[in-house]
Design a protein around this ligand. Structure first.
Ligand SMILES: CC(C)(COP(=O)(O)OP(=O)(O)OC[C@H]1O[C@@H](n2cnc3c(N)ncnc32)[C@H](O)[C@@H]1OP(=O)(O)O)[C@@H](O)C(=O)NCCC(=O)NCCS
Length: 195
């Protein structure tokens, strides 16, 4: 239910989604500083100081209520405490009960279902806890790993905008994927659970 304030970590089978902390800077810098990780992101590889600034800012943002509110969470592997990546949820429209979700993981931890597991936890937060109507993800259609992730968690392609956004000096396409509350419930009934 909104307003929602993040106080307790969200735990899945293998992961803990929690607020970022200054102790996470090295793990986060390890992936945010990579060209390959940033290839389809809106930002360029970040310096350690830039990561410190981002982590400090996100650690203070805990409320989801109004349009533009964002929760950016570190994804920690329970087994060893390593931060594998991050996920975010942003209220895109308070009036239309719509959120936007996203994900970034270190390549060393791709291909093991960690991002899907964290993304399913975000859907649970968005629909189960916040009671939202619709969740979307915007991505580069060329980002096949992210497209596959969207489909894996039950999102449908809704739009493909052509050269609608200027990213790092180049006009890029945007894909929009979405899932409705009812679709999420149906997927769960059909056995779509956290990985
Ligand atoms: C997008 C991104 C998060 C996807 O990561 P990913 O590891 O491919 O995604 P998942 O966690 O869903 O893993 C799925 C893969 O793990 C495999 N897998 C292994 N164990 C699994 C399990 N227990 N559950 C689910 N999948 C599992 C799947 O078969 C799948 O393999 P495939 O890609 O060969 O089909 C990652 O590529 C990334 O961080 N990219 C850089 C940043 C970026 O572009 N972010 C998105 C911006 S829109």
């Amino acid at each position: 239910m909104r307003p929602y304030v993040f106080t307790e970590p969200i735990t899945t089978a293998r992961l803990r989604l929690r607020l970022m902390d200054s102790a996470d800077v090295d793990d986060i810098h390890a992936y945010q500083s990579r060209e390959d990780v940033c290839a389809h992101l809106l930002y360029s590889p970040r310096t350690r100081d830039e990561v410190v600034g981002k982590v400090t800012g996100f650690a203070k943002r805990t409320r989801l209520e109004h349009t533009g509110d964002v929760l950016q969470l570190a994804v920690e592997r329970i087994e060893d405490g390593r931060v594998l990546g991050e996920v975010c949820v942003t209220i895109r429209s308070e009036d239309n009960a719509t959120a936007d979700i996203g994900w970034v993981f270190h390549p060393a931890f791709h291909g093991r279902g960690y991002a899907s597991e964290a993304a399913l936890a975000l859907l649970e937060l968005a629909f189960g806890t916040l009671g939202l109507h619709r969740v979307i993800a915007e991505l580069s259609p060329a980002n096949t790993a992210s497209v596959k992730l969207c489909r894996r968690i039950g999102m449908r392609e809704e739009a493909h905008f052509v050269q609608d956004v200027l990213v790092k000096g180049r006009w890029e396409d945007t894909g929009v994927y979405a899932i409705l509350h009812g679709e999420w419930l149906a997927a769960r009934r059909n056995g779509h659970r956290r990985a």
